[in-house]
Design a protein around this ligand. Structure first.
Ligand SMILES: *[C@@H]1O[C@H](CO)[C@@H](O)[C@H](O)[C@H]1NC(C)=O
Ligand SMILES: *[C@@H]1O[C@H](CO)[C@@H](O)[C@H](O)[C@H]1NC(C)=O
Ligand SMILES: *[C@@H]1O[C@H](CO)[C@@H](O)[C@H](O)[C@H]1NC(C)=O
Ligand SMILES: *[C@@H]1O[C@H](CO)[C@@H](O)[C@H](O)[C@H]1NC(C)=O
Ligand SMILES: *[C@@H]1O[C@H](CO)[C@@H](O)[C@H](O)[C@H]1NC(C)=O
Ligand SMILES: *[C@@H]1O[C@H](CO)[C@@H](O)[C@H](O)[C@H]1NC(C)=O
Length: 406
């Protein structure tokens, strides 16, 4: 149970690719997605997105203003904040956007860096020693895997929850994916008899294979397609999907007349006979266009998964908490990854992580707008690596990069 609570906490601040809603004849499940980057307060509706462009030379901004919202058509005229420790936010008391201090909610786990002004997150770490947060050692009682040192997880051993070494591929005894080594998840067959559960590598389950609903909900990444669906509501089994990609060519535009329900659809998957839905989000482009969130089979997502796999198979990951097998938006640009991973690889992972998750918002946006509202993404693109498509002008360049990578 405590693990489930921590799992929910984990869900609330990592970027979650949730394709919770699949249409299969009569099976409609509610959609849940949490995009930590979108700010609904700044959006109108997808039927009437704001337009974003650069500040005009004729406009005079006071120093704290980073955007002016006005004109005959709703348009935001943007200018990057001069101070990088501020961010551009709609000021609800005026029509202007103002640079406001950026105070990250900072979570540090055992293995993360710490300093006098960046303390270890209380309740997770025991101390800050030699600049690194120290967690619970193997054998110590715990309530969550966040508390355990790298290379270990919190799980039931002989009736007590304790930090224990991550299980190797082929070993039994896992309850959740984070109990397995960094490049593997748990094939859950029983929630009571853990000796029936084995750690298996990510991506090892082919499309069309039946898996337990627990396996599916803990880690869709065990499926080579990164997505599984419940066959019918109430079923105990799920099935790994085939490659799920957008039904229309990217960027999938999703402007529909007012009053229509917006549906961003994937192609029909033959293995599961389902169509998945994703969100339609307002873009930060000058046309006021809205676009669909990506599906796991879409090209930028595939690039992200490739970088993710490199991280999960690296030796550097062994210095990070078991939850760090995925990028965690902990307010510090994927801190543990940044501190331990090869710089170029970190930059590439970070770039594709942002690009694939921000895609509807950044597609076609002008550089000045990206610098104003997505400075981290803009910087990630500037930093090179594979991430040269800094302005997200189109998919042509992305495809080219993928071919070069082969
Ligand atoms: C909005 O910004 C413009 C340009 O800086 C300024 O002239 C105007 O007074 C601001 N409006 C408000 C309500 O702050
Ligand atoms: C919002 O704008 C008003 C008027 O320009 C200003 O007094 C106030 O400080 C701004 N609020 C923030 C949080 O920047
Ligand atoms: C940048 O903003 C932060 C937070 O508001 C402030 O503490 C700092 O002094 C500013 N730096 C500069 C160079 O203005
Ligand atoms: C985790 O394992 C790696 C590789 O075996 C090792 O270098 C590292 O010190 C370990 N970290 C901890 C906190 O045990
Ligand atoms: C998962 O476990 C079940 C039950 O032991 C087994 O039948 C199945 O083949 C396993 N799946 C994989 C992908 O190893
Ligand atoms: C999936 O089904 C469609 C429609 O029946 C068919 O055109 C397509 O070739 C099938 N794809 C695969 C991979 O079987």
């Amino acid at each position: 149970m405590p693990e489930m609570i921590s799992f929910l906490l984990y869900l609330s601040f990592i970027l979650l690719y949730a394709y919770g809603m699949q249409i299969s004849s009569s099976n409609l499940l509610p959609y849940s997605s949490s995009n930590p980057f979108s700010d609904p307060a700044d959006e109108l509706s997808v039927q009437m997105c704001k337009k974003y462009t650069c500040k005009l030379p004729t406009q005079e901004f006071v120093s704290s203003t980073c955007g002016y919202y006005g004109g005959t058509e709703p348009t935001v005229y943007a200018q990057p904040c001069p101070n990088s420790s501020t961010y551009c936010k709609l000021n609800t008391t005026s029509l202007n956007y103002t640079c406001q201090p950026f105070i990250p909610t900072y979570y540090s786990f055992p293995g993360d860096k710490c300093s006098p002004d960046k303390e270890c997150y209380e309740g997770y770490s025991q101390s800050c020693t030699d600049g690194i947060c120290v967690g619970l050692k193997k054998g110590k009682p715990c309530t969550s895997s966040y508390q355990c040192d790298p290379n270990s997880s919190c799980r039931n051993i002989d009736g007590t929850l304790q930090c224990a070494p991550l299980l190797e591929i082929g070993q039994t005894g896992c309850y959740k994916e984070f109990d397995c080594v960094y490049n593997a998840g748990c094939n859950v067959t029983s929630t009571t008899d853990l000796s029936k559960n084995t750690c298996i590598p990510y991506g090892s389950i082919p499309p069309g294979t039946e898996i337990s609903i627990e396996t599916c909900s803990w880690s869709e990444n065990l499926c080579s397609s990164h997505i599984c669906v419940q066959k019918t509501a109430g079923d105990e089994t799920a099935i790994c999907s085939g490659n799920i990609e957008s039904s229309s060519q990217m960027p999938a535009s999703c402007i529909l007349p007012a009053g229509t329900t917006l549906q961003c659809q994937s192609k029909l998957d033959n293995y599961t006979d389902t169509i998945s839905l994703s969100n339609c989000l307002c873009g930060y482009n000058s046309g006021g266009n809205s676009y669909c969130e990506l599906f796991p089979g879409d090209v930028p997502m595939q690039a992200y998964y490739r970088e993710l796999k490199k991280w999960q198979e690296s030796s550097a990951i062994k210095n990070c908490n078991t939850y760090w097998r995925y990028p965690i938006d902990n307010g510090e640009n994927l801190l543990c990854i940044k501190n331990n991973y090869d710089k170029a690889r970190y930059e590439s992972l970070y770039y594709w992580y942002l690009y694939s998750s921000l895609y509807p918002q950044i597609y076609g946006a002008e550089d000045c707008v990206l610098k104003t509202f997505f400075p981290d993404y803009f910087q990630a693109g500037e930093n090179g690596g594979d991430g040269k498509d800094s302005s997200a002008r189109g998919i042509a360049l992305v495809s080219l990069l993928l071919i070069l990578n082969h």
